[in-house]
Ligand binder design. Structure first.
Ligand SMILES: [Zn+2]
Ligand SMILES: [Zn+2]
Length: 155
């Protein structure tokens, strides 16, 4: 009997390690509940799950423990989340650059893009979106700023 307890104990510790690795992979984010307007922490999505949902354009459902209600996060939250997912995936690869906000004319640091993503944008001649936390605005960076990004990547 003593041996059996030991075996289940060992198994227990193996299972105990599993949620830890899941937790490590989960990307927590905040979303405001449309009913009670409280900002609720969402931590039940793994990075892999979020990447699939964001890539496929599927709704990412947030949940409020107070109201027991689900709602899809909005497009701005999706963008923020996409950045968070990319960041945690390739922190070393993240290439920061600055872009001037067309609203407040302040230089805003942009650090949500990996080098690979930026190279893809530049190669495909696709717009690179910058974000200003002060104005809560998105805009496409200028040709001059694109050149600066190209230069930063070449280094
Ligand atoms: Zn709520
Ligand atoms: Zn601004």
């Amino acid at each position: 009997m003593g041996a059996k307890t030991q075996v289940s104990g060992a198994r227990g510790s193996v299972e105990g390690a599993r949620p830890e690795s899941l937790l490590k992979d989960s990307v927590p984010f905040m979303s405001m509940c449309p009913r009670c307007t409280r900002v609720q922490l969402q931590d039940r999505f793994s990075r892999a799950a979020l990447q699939v949902l964001l890539r496929d354009g599927q709704p990412v459902e947030a949940y409020c423990v107070m109201c027991h209600q689900f709602w899809p996060i909005n497009s701005r939250e999706r963008v923020e989340l996409a950045k968070a997912v990319t960041d945690s995936e390739a922190v070393d690869e993240s290439v920061p650059f600055t872009a001037i906000c067309p609203k407040c004319f302040e230089e805003q640091p942009q650090r949500g893009y990996s080098g690979a993503a930026l190279r893809g944008f530049l190669k495909g001649n696709r717009a690179i979106e910058a974000y200003c936390v002060r104005c809560d605005a998105f805009w496409d960076i200028s040709p001059h700023e694109r050149a600066a990004v190209t230069w930063a990547l070449a280094r």
